[in-house]
Ligand binder design. Sequence first.
Ligand SMILES: [Zn+2]
Ligand SMILES: [Zn+2]
Length: 389
Amino acid sequence: MNHRKRALALLLCALLLALLCACAPVADAAGTTAPVPAGPDTAAESDIPDAAPPEAGDDAGQPDAAAPEASDDAEAAFSILFLDVGQADSMLVTCGDAHMLVDGGNVEDSSLVYSALTARGIDYLDYVVCTHAHEDHVGGLPGALQAARAGVALAPVTEADNGPFTDFAEAVAAQGLSITVPAPDETFALGDAQVQVLGPRQDYDDPNDTSLVLRITYGETSFLLTGDMESGAERDLVDAGCDLSADLLKVGHHGSSSSTSYVFLNAVMPQYAVIQVGAGNDYGHPTEEVLSRLRDAGVTVYRTDLQGDILAVSDGQAVTVTTDRNAGIQTNPTETEGAEEAGYIGNRNSHVFHRPTCSSLPAEQNRVFFADRAAATAAGYTPCSRCLG
Ligand SMILES: [Zn+2]
Ligand SMILES: [Zn+2]
């Protein structure tokens, strides 16, 4: 009996020893890679292997995987980047790792849109959306499809009688996709954000009214993208009882007076509005009618013609907007307060300065900005006879 007990105890000790010996090398292997012993490590590097082992000892790739994990948190927020594509629309909607491009500017913006994606390392678009078959919306989308593969391509039609749309359809087909025409009230997820297709709610003759209208919600914040929808289609959305409320409105049709009707604006009640519009465009966009409606509604207006790219970010609770340039300028002055409050834009060649709303602003690269009239005059600039005469 005693011998058996002693034998058993020895066996147990041997087992324990064997276990300890077996465990120790595993812990070492997991803790640091062989060529980097714990001692001579620099302080900065040793932190990384120390943090990794508790997670999983069996995956050599773990320390590398830790980096995306950390940035996942930072990327969990939601953003819409309104690209400055002149007199045209293009929006990159991002939620976490998911991306949706809504419109791509004109044909000449193809390379700009291509670069906007490649510069951000985006080679996959979960959704690519053509709001309607007009060049200033669909024109640059083939550039986007050169930079990135797409998961789903959405448009209000599958074919249209114009070259830019046909080029888009061909670029979609080249990826082995076909264009999907979404039905009103259809919803889909973009990361943690929800996208609802609100319109068009019926068949329209005017391509502008066929615009896909998207309401995006992220947490408690919401965004409404309207393409070039005009007041008739806006009315139909209101009459259909759609929830149009949004913190941020992409103003319809570049600020044309045929869009952003009072009845529609009352249903949206945005805090912010973004107008994608080209400086000195031939259409007089944005129109004073729309600007004054936005003023009446107390909306803070951002404009790509004055401020370049515009970035709206949401943490799920609140929306913040930043701009490429001219963050603090008065984007929507009344006729009279303009002279007092607006920044002024000078032409570095002619040494004439203008209100930001002037229809004959200098080309982007020739602009100089002044806080007030006195500063412009002090710099030797003379007032424009058209807007300041
Ligand atoms: Zn249009
Ligand atoms: Zn347009």
